[in-house]
Design a protein around this ligand. Structure first.
Ligand SMILES: NC(=O)c1ccc[n+]([C@@H]2O[C@H](COP(=O)([O-])OP(=O)(O)OC[C@H]3O[C@@H](n4cnc5c(N)ncnc54)[C@H](OP(=O)(O)O)[C@@H]3O)[C@@H](O)[C@H]2O)c1
Length: 324
């Protein structure tokens, strides 16, 4: 019997129910995967709560996982039973012991990267790659603001931006998280629940502001992040853990000729060549020690609801992984 977390209606963590499912045989172009580690993303909480209506209900949430190929469907080349793979699937289905997966989404996990690291780093590592290398290509000497820097995304952004030669100003919610951000390479850390981060950034940059602000917090920080930008600086709003950003007048960007970007990873990996290129760069960054998987919370898959509670209550640092 195969089991999975099934969402029947949106709501609180109790809506994530542990049930038996049918997986079946892989069809043309598909693989049957037995999951070994499943990555939890903030996106999953938006889907569960109904803030995003992108999963058809009843449905199995979860956009990333790592696992082993069990069976290969007709017409698939390049994969065989026993291969270790990870994937990103915007059509969901990750919170399951096993699944069918289009082979075009599968990424071979390089030797030296564990399944757990792959589950922690496929969505988030590729997102960091997208944000730092494509959305705004960070250059040596740039000043970079990273919010929630001890979070899963935050740690990756700090480590990778530091490697690219930037000076990092990080915000975090507690002293313990400040220590983590510093260990990742942050030059300055602001406790943004206690201090006005806009005033501190102005002070730390001699009134100049930052070249780029990476803001996955959304509602609570968005306008402040905009105020932290230098002339022609860029605000990258890549998430909304504190709620969606309210509409704002575009004319505010004119005050300092600023750029605003709101990127989604799924749109940067539509083509297999794009996916492979970004995965290649991300796996190489892992291999070289530029970024690493820091798993702050590991829970059995049937306790996915607890993982959501921890993530939403700001109790985690690093990645959250479910083990089938
Ligand atoms: N655009 C994309 O394609 C893409 C892809 C992947 C992830 N993301 C985004 O990246 C962001 C980070 O995701 P993650 O999975 O790595 O989560 P995370 O950063 O590990 O966890 C969220 C952190 O945000 C901070 N936070 C501030 N206000 C909060 C609030 N009201 N509720 C909860 N947390 C709050 C907390 O850190 P402090 O205690 O330090 O404040 C918390 O630990 C999310 O917005 C996610 O949607 C976007």
């Amino acid at each position: 019997m195969t089991r999975a977390i099934v969402l029947h209606e949106t709501g609180g963590p109790e809506t994530l129910r542990w049930e038996a499912i049918e997986v079946g045989e892989p069809g043309a172009g598909e693989l049957r995967i037995r999951h070994t580690a499943i990555g939890v993303n903030f996106h999953d909480t938006y889907v569960r709560s109904g803030s995003y209506r992108t999963l058809t209900l009843p449905g199995i949430p979860g956009v990333e996982a790592a696992g082993v190929v069990e069976r290969v469907g007709p017409g698939v080349s390049g994969f065989a039973p026993g291969d270790r793979i990870s994937y990103i699937n915007e059509k969901y289905g990750g919170y399951a012991e096993a699944r069918l997966l289009p082979a075009r989404l599968a990424l071979r996990i390089p030797d030296g990267i564990t399944d757990e690291a792959a589950a922690a780093l496929t969505v988030k590592g590729l997102t960091a790659c997208m944000l730092l290398r494509q959305v705004h290509a960070v250059r040596p000497g740039e000043r970079v603001l990273v919010h929630a820097a001890a979070g899963a995304m935050g740690q990756l952004l700090v480590r990778w931006a530091k490697h690219l030669g930037a000076t990092i100003i990080a915000t975090v919610g507690s002293a313990a998280k400040a220590r983590i951000a510093r260990q990742c390479g942050a030059d300055q850390v602001i406790l943004y629940r206690e201090e006005n981060f806009v005033a501190r950034v102005a002070q730390l940059t001699g009134g100049e502001g930052v070249h780029v602000a990476y803001d996955g917090v959304g509602a609570d920080t968005f306008l402040g992040s905009l105020e932290c930008l230098r002339l022609r600086g860029t605000l990258v709003n890549f998430g909304q853990v504190s709620g969606p950003v309210a509409p704002f007048p575009v004319s505010r960007l004119a005050a300092r000729s600023n750029t605003l970007v709101r990127p989604l990873l799924f749109h940067y990996i539509r083509e297999r060549a794009e996916l492979e290129a970004m995965a290649g760069e991300t796996f190489a960054a892992i291999g070289q020690g530029v970024i690493r998987a820091t798993v702050g919370l590991r829970l059995p898959l049937d306790r996915a609801g607890e993982a959501h509670v921890a993530l939403e209550s700001r109790a985690t640092s690093g990645a959250v992984v479910l083990v089938p």
